[in-house]
Design a binder for this molecule. Sequence first.
Ligand code: CTP
Ligand code: MG
Length: 240
Amino acid sequence: MSKFFAVIPAAGSGSRMGNSLPKQYLALAGRPMIYHAVHTLCVSPEIANVFVILSPEDREWLKYDWSEFSSKLVVFNCGGETRATSILNGLKAASEKSLIGNEDWVMVHDAARPCLSKELLKKLLDELSDDEVGGLLAVPLSDTLKRGGTNNRVQKTEPRKDLWQAQTPQMFRYKLLLDALCKPDSITMTDDASAVEALGLCPKLVLGDVSNIKITYPKDLVLAELILRAQNGESYDKQD
Ligand code: CTP
Ligand code: MG
């Protein structure tokens, strides 16, 4: 039986956030941002282990108490220059410790997406666990798309049919994801599905939710706080 594992890349600096503290540690609903993703994945009964990939220079993680997650949470200080390198290093580290096998499923989820709900996580798992390739949460584009040109003048209106916004988690079998991320071109890719697509495969799009936002700029924190408050019934204390 294949097992399910989660990988949380958290070795970025959050440069677009413009804060000297890496964004995964910024305060959000009374916790460091990364706590929310760690909690949602660790309380999932289907997931065997949650691997967090930190920068070797990380000075923040140990300032917090993670003991509530006991040995289900495994931390590797092996982050790399890019998101893809961090994940690749984390996959190799998990394998070296004999924690994961080739046919096991890996769900990669960004530390910067704190609003993933338990329901959405379960939906992804259910829809993909028999899939040949794997896939990702995504939402169809709803806005009209404009291509901008000089001085922000519209050059063209682009058709939005069949266009989706990729989210995480993205879920692939260990060996496939490892092979995909090992390719030199994958190093700069900003999601895992792109690397799998480059192997000629077609990951499945699983309908996600707009509430599963990624925190990139300071204003995103305000929205995330509201979403978490709504999900937790106004209480900031996460319930199992
Ligand atoms: N990430 C990582 N290793 C890197 C770069 C990014 O593990 N070398 C992680 C981030 O910590 C984040 C996720 O990948 O959880 C998505 O990346 P992004 O949102 O781009 O975060 P940052 O790279 O930290 O932000 P920025 O691009 O603004 O610098
Ligand atoms: Mg980045």
